[in-house]
Design a protein around this ligand. Structure first.
Ligand code: GLP
Length: 250
């Protein structure tokens, strides 16, 4: 895994955005796997800006989002649909028909997940997958204990994840209990993965991701097995690593 440590979130976002733009410039029909959460927001802002300025076009790109809450309407500001629309898609020239976000309202999650997975394959697989990370090592919504062989599926959210995400809701009880998420297997099939993390609360999870024993109890450790992963970290998220600046490979 490549590790790149930046002074702050701004620089981290800038560098990750440049890499994503490079991917689209080199392969205009790229398939991008996208994430929500606060970690990629800076990157989305910079990518949106580049597209608005005409530096790069997303007209031929296809996107597949990692996850969505179950039972939350797309128009609901707390849904990941709404997040993506607001923070990225409305600023890009990507046609809506090329944007794929799991449907949290599906009546038949099993069939829906199978089709979502198939759809990714039919588009040639994901070229670049963006990830954030939960403090318990979750990626997408793959909670500790999730089998590494799992494809897209319905999950019960862990109390820690619900607590961490409660900040977006009026009360902790309103945080949905389930979500649809790409599985570990789906994520690991991506050709290239960028994991973004900032802030000291992520530091222990980053240390585990890089140096912890590879185990289903800590989902992000699976990334040690992937051939092309880059971690974009600010100094706070990297504070349990040595050195805490620059770039290195493990
Ligand atoms: C949620 C999302 C994850 C995301 C994580 C971290 O649980 N499902 O995909 O990586 O939160 O979020 P943040 O980047 O806000 O710390």
């Amino acid at each position: 895994m490549r590790v790149r440590i930046f002074e702050d979130y701004e620089q981290l976002s800038d560098s990750a955005a440049r890499e994503l733009l490079r991917q689209v410039l080199v392969k205009p029909h790229s398939v991008l796997g996208l994430a929500t959460g606060s970690s990629p927001m800076g990157l989305y802002e910079k990518v949106s800006d580049a597209c608005r300025r005409g530096l790069v076009s997303f007209a031929r790109v296809h996107t597949f989002n990692l996850d969505e809450y179950r039972g939350v309407e797309p128009e609901n500001p707390l849904s990941y649909h709404y997040f993506m629309q607001r923070n990225l898609f409305r600023h890009l020239d990507v046609p809506p028909s090329q944007v794929h976000i799991p449907d949290g309202l599906t009546q038949d999650p099993e069939k829906y997940c199978r089709n979502y997975e198939k759809d990714i394959m039919e588009h040639g697989g994901i070229d670049l997958q963006l990830l954030g990370i939960g403090r318990n090592g979750h990626i997408g919504f793959n909670e500790p204990g999730e089998p590494f062989g799992s494809g897209m599926h319905l999950v019960e959210l862990h109390p820690d994840t619900r607590a961490a995400n409660a900040r977006f809701f009026d009360s902790p009880e309103e945080v949905p209990t389930q979500a649809l998420t790409m599985g570990i297997k789906t994520i690991c099939r991506a050709r290239k993965i960028f994991l973004l993390a900032s802030g000291v609360s992520k530091a222990p999870a980053i240390f585990q991701t890089l140096f912890g024993a590879i185990r289903e109890d800590f989902p992000s450790t699976v990334l040690q097995l992937h051939p092309d992963v880059t971690l974009f970290l600010d100094r706070a998220a990297a504070q349990e690593l040595e050195p805490v600046s620059g770039s290195f490979e493990v």
